[in-house]
Write a protein that binds this ligand. Structure first.
Ligand code: ARG
Length: 592
């Protein structure tokens, strides 16, 4: 089904052709939802720029457009306002037909969960790099943001019908492993030969100690270097030690992924190790490599350091080692050449914006990014505590993700138990545990996603768990409300009268219907600009509009045909909430 905006667009294109000729068919319509409902539902602002182009007063242009516009089945007579805005007000009869059409497929195909949104005509292979924590280090809140945002973007693109590769570019390679292995050989050798000898907490502590030792002790430094060489050369015992350390961390990452229901394909930095010499060799052959203080560098225009001097991208260090950037260059090539990705997306904090800009610029200069490939970094802001500083534990340490998620569940449970007591409800332990789990984790995800990702975000349990406002519990409640209607009225939503008429007799119903019909646009917008907060904002407004409708329009007590018509609106609201939340990685509940 075409969205309202698309339908309007088609009509306008026809009008432009008949008013000004073929070449005007694809004029930018500047068609947008009206800012103020007073002016109607949509506004076309093309007359102003067209007036300039044609040397005619914009109001006259607007009149010509309106005269040629065949739109009476969709809108009331368009009004021309101000310098030449064309205001459009949708007809209730049109909206009723649209809602009927949207509701119908569910009756014929019970499995229609797409709400009339067809998959894209131009599916692409898309590589999205997100989460990407580092071995032997705790996964921190930055990784949590990357995981949540990346997953929501991946789900949206998958829903659109794209072929998405979800890549976990974990930090599992580099000189730090030499250091760690050398240290463990000394203090805890069994950790390098036995699985499960350490947990991630120990590993992180050893890592810290190893680093101190590395910085202070020249002999140790040399031993660590030799371990790196052995690792690179594939020496068996070093390899095995490395693998054990990786497995250890991996298991702990998996706990978080399972909790959050995140699917990822691991392709860590080590994966690209064999491809690094070719990156440097090819850059050399292209004449792009410059030696600077013994390091091999590429200079690209537009990158300077604090002193304003050209800033190189180092691809091979003085000691011959490769680095983070070399790996990312190899990864760009692999994703384009081997994976065949046409869109490459990287989700990390904005602190890495320069790194990615420079890597992309070098890859482009080397000719590794074909015209038809899009490559973007999706930056996000910091996670702040309620004191406005970087989120820390009370003792000033980094917050462990598992603790943070567990705490959300515990707090939800407390709130829930208090509420059950107030309402004198008795529920099973299974019910309570499940609601606490789903609501707690949804709240964490939603709080993060509802912000524009570019801004810093303040982590507050109280805010994210509130039953009012732009929060997961508020959205989940709206869904639960509809399920309550279903149970109370013993309604089978899949089998509502297929020929029932939708009647939008009240303002609340009209407002809700218009909003329901915009979901399509929102999903497609997120597929383009990768801003999942648009979906949150949409769902928030949907819940508000639904709640208003619900307060003003009795459903089960209404007479037919209004009753069924209102049930259809309830059902569509619930299905839209469910699908929208699913795209955000949030599960709905039937009761809470
Ligand atoms: N491991 C990195 C970190 O923790 C993030 C990796 C992001 N992806 C990439 N292709 N560089 O900061």
């Amino acid at each position: 089904m075409n969205s309202i905006a698309q339908q309007l667009k088609t009509r306008f294109e026809k009008a432009f052709t008949s008013a000004f000729g073929e070449s005007y068919a694809d004029t930018d319509l500047m068609l947008a939802p009206a800012n103020n409902p007073k002016f109607g539902d949509f506004q076309c602002n093309a007359a102003m720029s067209l007036g300039k182009k044609l040397g005619k007063p914009p109001r006259a242009i607007a009149s010509t457009i309106v005269e040629n516009l065949d739109i009476a089945d969709i809108c009331e007579t368009p009004e021309i306002a101000g310098p030449g805005f064309i205001n459009l007000k949708l007809k209730p009869a049109y909206l009723e037909a649209q809602i009927s059409a949207l509701a119908k497929p569910s009756k014929r195909i019970a499995t229609d969960t797409r709400l009339g949104i067809s998959p894209t005509q131009t599916p692409q292979r898309i590589a999205i790099d997100f989460s990407s924590p580092n071995i032997a280090k705790e996964m921190h809140v930055g990784h949590l943001r990357s995981t949540i945002i990346g997953d929501a973007i991946a789900r949206t693109l998958e829903f659109q019908g794209h072929d998405v590769i979800r890549i976990n570019h974990i930090g599992d390679w580099g000189t730090q492993f030499g250091m760690l292995i050398a240290y463990l050989r000394e203090v805890h050798p069994e950790a390098l030969t036995t699985a499960d000898a350490l947990d991630l907490g120990d590993l992180v502590a050893f890592y810290r100690q190893a680093k101190q030792r590395f910085d202070a002790d020249e002999t140790f430094k040399e031993t660590a270097r030799q371990e790196v060489v052995k690792l690179q050369a594939g020496a068996e015992d070093t390899r095995r030690a490395w693998k054990l350390l990786c497995d250890q961390s991996r298991r702990e990452f998996q706990v978080i992924y399972d909790l959050l229901d995140i699917k990822l394909t691991e392709r860590g930095e080590s994966f690209y190790n064999p491809l690094l010499p070719a990156v440097v060799a090819d850059l050399t052959n292209l004449g792009l490599l410059v030696e600077s203080d013994g390091a091999k560098c590429v200079f690209v225009d537009g990158f300077t350091n604090k002193e304003g001097e050209p800033l190189p991208l180092i691809v091979q260090k003085t000691d011959g080692g490769y680095n983070y950037a070399t790996t990312d260059l190899a990864a760009v090539r692999y994703r384009i050449e081997e994976d065949g990705a046409k869109r490459l997306i990287y989700v990390t904090d904005s602190g890495q914006a320069n790194h990615f800009a420079q890597v992309f610029a070098v890859a482009r200069k080397a000719g590794w990014i074909p015209e038809d490939v899009e490559i973007v970094h999706i930056p996000f802001g910091l996670v702040l505590g309620e004191d406005g500083k970087r989120l820390k534990t009370r003792s000033g340490e980094a917050v462990r993700l598992q603790d943070l998620l567990d705490e959300a569940i515990v707090r939800t449970r407390k709130d829930l138990e208090r509420r059950l007591e107030d309402e004198k409800r008795h529920e099973t332990e299974e019910f309570i545990a499940n609601v606490a789990h789903v609501v707690g984790l949804s709240a964490v995800k939603y709080a993060d996603l509802s912000q524009n990702r570019a801004s810093n975000y303040t982590f507050s349990y109280d805010k994210m768990l509130a039953l009012q406002g732009n929060t997961a519990p508020y959205m989940l409640y709206a869904y639960v409300r509809v399920q309550g209607i279903r149970r109370k009225g013993e309604i089978d939503f899949d089998n509502l009268d297929a020929d029932a008429k939708v009647i939008l007799e009240s303002d609340a119903a009209l407002v809700l219907a218009k909003h329901l019909l915009q979901f399509n646009e929102v999903v497609n917008a997120v597929g383009g600009d990768l801003l999942p907060n648009r979906i949150c904002q949409y769902l928030f407004e949907l819940s508000q509009k639904f709640n208003q409708f619900f307060e003003q329009c009795p459903v089960l007590k209404a007479e037919e045909p209004l009753r069924t018509s209102r049930l259809i609106l309830c059902d569509l609201t619930a299905r839209t909430l469910k699908l929208g939340l699913e795209l955000l990685g949030i599960q709905v509940l039937e009761r809470m």
